[in-house]
Design a protein around this ligand. Structure first.
Ligand SMILES: [Mn+2]
Length: 377
């Protein structure tokens, strides 16, 4: 009995080994071709060549002697001397690009929407980084102002939508001021949807300005300055706030005066992500919108690599759900800032998250092209 069983097992094992593999064409290394006929297929290559955002073409958008037309530009702002805690966001642009290496325009089909934002109407390019001096904040920010002005004034590829829009890779949050100074030129004052754990509307007299005028322009005051310069509408809103304020009455009153409502981080527990989406859309309805994402809106569990981390934040999934839920808005510019890759862990959760945030911002821009002459909407 036992021997019969073992014979059967042996027989089935022998049958199991008797697999007819399908024919496979012999691999031919390009090196096997004779010299002069070598060829390597680079279609869809993700981990080859120099690193641009999502393997997009690099265009030297600041070159006065020639550039290719584009509708949406990625621009790096390597600046981090306006930060009050951990520096390192000057390496953010390339960190975010590295986080995006697995994304390729040929194969970026969203499992949620079924769309590939790169295969729609917009020509999207990576302009590299703005050249910013490293030792003088005032000069560096003026250089960034100029880079934004030039890049947003180039002719577009589209004949219908004639102002290129920019997604900035920060840089600390001070860099958003330059973006807003260029959006007002083309679009007028904008509603800002500001994802952040901090309000960033601090009065320069409260945060840094007591030392010098120069020190008052920083990553915690740029929205106050943007308000003073008339760049933002009083229909703006923060999302994800949880850091303490420094002055109990003045800071919150000043924040409202600067045009902001506030969704706090824990509000999501009551509102749900859809409730947050609804509240954001109601606040900015009928206006042109700039979306600024400080990566510290995420909990440090999801984004440890940032300048001023605050615990108790949102998950990456919650943030991406909320961003994608804003698809009916007229987004004229956006950024992801405060990514300081040196503090990331080996799994690179922060730069991976930041690159997905950029994808969401691009999708919003592609979903809703904005005509230059469309007025206040
Ligand atoms: Mn911020």
């Amino acid at each position: 009995m036992l021997s019969t069983l073992s014979i059967l097992l042996l027989a089935s094992a022998a049958a199991g080994r008797d697999i007819a593999f399908p024919p496979v064409a012999a691999y031919q290394s390009p090196m096997m071709h004779s010299f002069g006929h070598e060829e390597i297929d680079i279609t869809g290559a993700k981990f080859a060549g120099l690193t641009t955002f999502a393997n997009l073409p690099y265009v030297h958008c600041l070159d006065k002697d020639g550039f290719e037309k584009y509708d949406i530009a990625i621009l790096g702002a390597p600046f981090d001397t306006g930060v009050t805690a951990r520096p390192g966001a000057r390496f953010g642009p390339n960190g975010i690009r590295t986080g995006s290496r697995r994304i390729h325009p040929d194969s970026a089909w969203s499992i949620y929407s079924g769309n590939n934002l790169f295969k729609e109407w917009a020509t999207i390019v990576d302009c590299g980084d703005a050249p910013l001096t490293v030792l003088d904040n005032t000069v560096a920010l003026k250089q960034l102002d100029t880079a934004h002005r030039i890049i947003s004034s180039r002719p577009t590829n589209s004949t219908d939508y004639t102002v290129p829009r920019i997604v900035t890779l920060g840089g600390d949050h001070t860099t958003t001021l330059s973006a807003l100074r260029s959006t007002i030129k083309h679009w007028g004052p904008v509603s800002v949807i500001h994802f952040d754990s901090h309000i960033d509307t601090w009065d320069p007299e409260v945060l840094g300005g007591g030392v010098s005028h120069y020190a008052g322009v920083n990553h915690g005051t740029f929205l106050h300055i943007a308000h003073e310069e008339g760049l933002v509408r009083n229909t703006s809103i923060h999302a994800g706030i949880r850091a303490p304020v420094m002055n109990k009455k003045h800071d919150v009153r000043n924040d409202r005066r600067c045009g902001f409502e506030m969704i706090k981080a824990r509000d999501i527990d009551r509102l749900t992500p859809q409730g947050v989406i609804d509240k954001l859309k109601r606040r900015v309805a009928g206006t042109k919108v700039y979306i600024s994402v400080d990566i510290d809106v995420l909990d440090p569990a999801f984004a440890p690599a940032t300048g001023t981390a605050e615990v108790g934040g949102w998950t990456t999934r919650e943030l991406l759900t909320i961003l994608d839920g804003l698809s009916s808005l007229h987004v004229v510019g956006g950024d992801v800032v405060e990514v300081a890759p040196i503090y990331d862990n080996p799994g690179e959760p922060t730069t991976l998250a930041a690159s997905e945030v950029v994808m969401s911002l691009l999708q919003l821009m592609v979903d809703n092209p904005v005509r230059a002459d469309s007025g206040p909407l």
